[in-house]
Design a binder for this molecule. Structure first.
Ligand code: PRP
Ligand code: MG
Length: 180
């Protein structure tokens, strides 16, 4: 039943060659959301996965911007906190930052300090793992806040890029769908 639902979801996700630049195959999660039945299917898969794999989670942490869609939808259903990690300069109040390297240059992620208490059991949510850089940086930011990162949940994992290699080993990674 679970596998059948995952297969159905997978059949709804379209890919676009050479987007946003030549040589990149872009997996577009929004293509699955243009149909209400698939929205419901995806939501039930995410919630079921969290109930099974991460039953103790206290907060889901969504990564800007596509991660926000799914962090809020599952938080609302499970009745747990939904916390954002955003690019520098977007969150008001006191923030904690983490700077990380990209292929060219670097970027800074931020989280609101008041939203985290030591030991808070957090699950990082995003639509996709490519190089793993975003998830790794988010996990490191949460660790500097002394949060307890219990894992990561993504819809799509591009296994050919071996993003898991960049994510701290102690952090459990669960993906619904993989592509080579
Ligand atoms: C995409 C995707 C993930 C990230 C994965 O986000 O939504 O967040 O890249 O890549 P990585 O594993 O190599 O870090 P993007 O930066 O395109 O921004 P968006 O979510 O705002 O569209
Ligand atoms: Mg993103």
């Amino acid at each position: 039943d679970y596998t059948k639902k995952v297969d159905e979801l997978k059949s709804k996700i379209k890919s676009f060659p050479d987007f946003p630049k030549e040589g990149i195959l872009f997996w577009d999660i929004f293509s699955a959301l243009s149909d209400g039945h698939t929205c419901k299917l995806l939501q039930s898969l995410l919630v079921e996965t969290i109930r099974n794999k991460y039953p103790d989670v206290e907060a889901v942490v969504g990564l800007e911007s596509r991660g926000f869609l799914f962090s809020f939808s599952v938080a609302a259903e499970l009745g747990i906190a939904c916390l954002p990690i955003r690019k520098k300069g977007k969150l008001p109040g006191e923030v904690l930052s983490y700077k990380y390297d990209l292929e060219y240059g670097s970027d800074i992620l931020e989280i609101q300090k008041d939203s985290i208490r030591p030991g808070l059991k957090c699950l990082i949510i995003d639509d996709l793992i490519a190089t793993g850089g975003s998830i790794a940086a988010a996990a490191k930011l949460l660790r500097t806040c002394k949060a307890n990162v219990i894992g990561t949940l993504v819809i799509i994992e591009l296994t050919g890029l071996n993003g898991r290699r960049n994510i701290p080993e102690a952090i459990h990674v669960h993906s619904l769908i993989t592509y080579d």
